[in-house]
Every structure is written in C-alpha cells, then in structure tokens.
Design a protein around this ligand. Structure first.
Ligand code: MEV
Length: 329
C-alpha cells in the first residue's frame, strides 16, 4: 500500500554575539537565531532502506538505523559528517528504516551559522511528527544537544537552543538560565566569513590546554567575558548601540588573547570598524570562519567593503525557532 505521509520541518541557524568559548566553562553567552533556515523533509519509502540527500552539499547516502551505520553514496569523507547528525537525530526521534530524508539549506555553508545544529533540530521535529510523537521544545533542544555531544565530543547547548527557540537568547550552563531577550528593535548585524574553517573541537581543546597550563592568566579573561556578556544583555534590551559596540570590541580583544583569532578575521574586523561599524568581533569558535559587525545605518558600506576580499551579508533575527512547514501543493 502506498503511504503518502510526508512531513517538512525547518529550523534557523545562529550567530553568537557574546561569550563563545567562555560558555564552555559555564559563563553566559548571547546568541541570535538568523533568518536562514535548514529544511528537512521526511517521507515513506516502499523498500526497507533509509536514504538521505543534502543537495546543497552534494552529499547523499544510505543509513542503517538499526545498526547505526552510514554508506556514503555521493560526497567526500569530510561532508559525511552531516549524515552522522541526521542518523543520530532520526534514532532519537524513534524512526525505523524505510524513510527518505531530503535536506535543503538556506544557510550559507561554512559561514559559522550553525548549520549542523539547524539540520539536527529540524530532523528531530520532522521525524517525531512523521512518527506521530509530540515533543516539547525543551525535549527537542535536549535531544539535539545530545546528538551534538555524540557527534562532536564537546559542545555547549548554544547552537541547538537557538535553532529550537529562535530569537535572541542569553544562555548559561544551567538550562534554567536560558533567557529569551525581548528586543524592541532589529539587530543591525553583518556577517563576514572566510573560506578557511576553524575546527571547533580543536579550538575548544586549545583554550582548555591554555586554561589548564595558566589558570591564573586565563580565568580572569573568562571572568571578563562574563562581565562583557552581562553588560551586553542590558545594552541589547535597551538598544544602547554604543555600549553594544564597545563590548563587542572588548570581547574581540579577549578572544584574541585566548589565541582563536586569525589575520583574516582581524582584517574583516578592522575593515568593518573603518566603515563605521560600532563594534566587530569574530563569532563562533574562531581559527577562521566568521566575524560579526554591529553597524546601525552602515550595513551596506560594511557588506560591500568586506565583499571586496571575503564574503559578507546582512542578517535579520529569526524570531521563530523550529517549526513544521505546510505541505506544498
Ligand atoms: C562554537 O560555535 C562556540 C564555542 O563556544 C563552542 C561551544 O559553545 O560548544 C567555541
């Protein structure tokens, strides 16, 4: 019998505004969901196989949900990573073999916008709905974080929380301290990104090694990052552009001190400031990847200057987190 069930869910990517790296040690961070989404469609297959296509990455493969194995069909070993998140997300949502999974990404690849977390969260929601299971947002965020921990080894819940809840979130290690910030204005943010990608796991390890070797030097830096994030929380709520910019620049200096900045990131950071951004810093793990610039009224100038040597675009906050999409006719 033909089974016509088909479910699509989508979830937004994110950018970290304040507190990356420090968040790994229980310090607060502030991040915003961005209006670029991952779309995951799940439908029934007539055979007993599970097949996934991520067209935007040129990756496809067969998953064996029972034995937890992946057979790559197209794509390189490096791109196989995304299939691991999908495999684990399908299992968490109690999926059995015989499904077709199609992933579409609006999120630019390699821009540090948390595409793997967005894919994971959207897969959990689509699969749960396909399996007629209702999950709360809290459960979805927790399951997605477990998937990230399984695949990456170490991760704070920041990416998966943003993809689940959307908006702008202040997060510390205790889940009860996840606070959605009500902002009365759009955040004028530009993202710039290099083609060089940092390895998050390695960079987190590098900071941990420094902290272990020189706690008397690194701990005060992490404490300053905490003070920066707490000050920024108040400034964002008030829409105090000047303070947001100032704290972003201080956060950049502190991240540089941890050793995760690069020359390419610095070039974009200073270009943005020279074009009138009130603040700019690397975002995410560093070591390549992306930066953000806070530039009220100067977005176009900042985008076009960075675009002369790297890639940049303006983002808006995605106020809605993970959601089911209406079936297309
Ligand atoms: C990476 O996007 C952010 C880090 O703080 C790591 C994490 O929070 O898992 C560097």
């Amino acid at each position: 019998m033909l089974d016509s069930r088909q479910v699509t869910a989508s979830a937004p990517g994110k950018t970290i505004l304040f507190g990356e790296h420090a968040v790994v040690y229980g310090k607060p961070a502030i991040a915003a969901a961005v209006d670029k989404r991952a779309y995951v469609t799940i439908s029934k297959r007539e055979d007993h196989l599970t097949h996934v296509t991520v067209g935007d990455l040129g990756v496809s493969g067969f998953l064996d949900l029972k034995n937890r194995t992946i057979q790559l069909e197209n794509g390189s070993g490096m791109q196989r990573g995304i299939l691991e998140y999908i495999l684990k997300a399908l299992i968490k949502a109690k999926t059995e073999d015989s499904v077709e999974v199609d992933v579409r990404l609006d999120i630019p690849i390699g821009a540090g916008l948390g595409s793997s977390a967005a894919v994971t969260v959207a897969t959990i929601m689509a699969a749960a709905s396909f399996n007629q299971i209702t999950l709360t947002n809290e459960t979805m965020a927790n399951l997605a974080h477990q998937v990230e921990l399984d695949v990456q080894g170490a991760a704070s819940p920041i990416d998966t929380s943003l993809s689940t809840y959307g908006g702008v979130i202040y997060l510390s290690k205790q889940p009860q301290k996840l606070v959605k910030l009500e902002i009365p204005h759009e955040l004028p943010i530009v993202i710039g990104y290099t083609s060089t990608r940092g390895n998050t796991g390695e960079l987190v390890k590098l900071v941990r090694q420094k902290k272990d070797a020189r706690p008397e030097v690194i701990n005060p830096i992490l404490d300053s990052m905490e003070a920066v994030a707490n000050g920024a929380r108040q400034a964002i709520i008030k829409g105090d552009h000047k303070t947001i910019g100032l704290l972003m620049n201080i956060n950049q200096g502190l991240l540089d001190a941890l050793g995760v900045n690069t020359e390419e990131l610095s070039k974009m950071v200073f270009t943005a400031r020279n074009q009138g951004a009130m603040g700019s810093k690397l975002t995410g793990a560093g070591g390549g990847g992306s930066m953000i610039a806070y530039c009220p009224g100067r977005e176009e100038e900042v985008v076009s200057s960075i675009n002369q040597f790297e890639r940049a675009f303006q983002i808006n906050v995605a106020h809605e987190g993970v959601r089911l999409e209406k079936p297309r006719n």
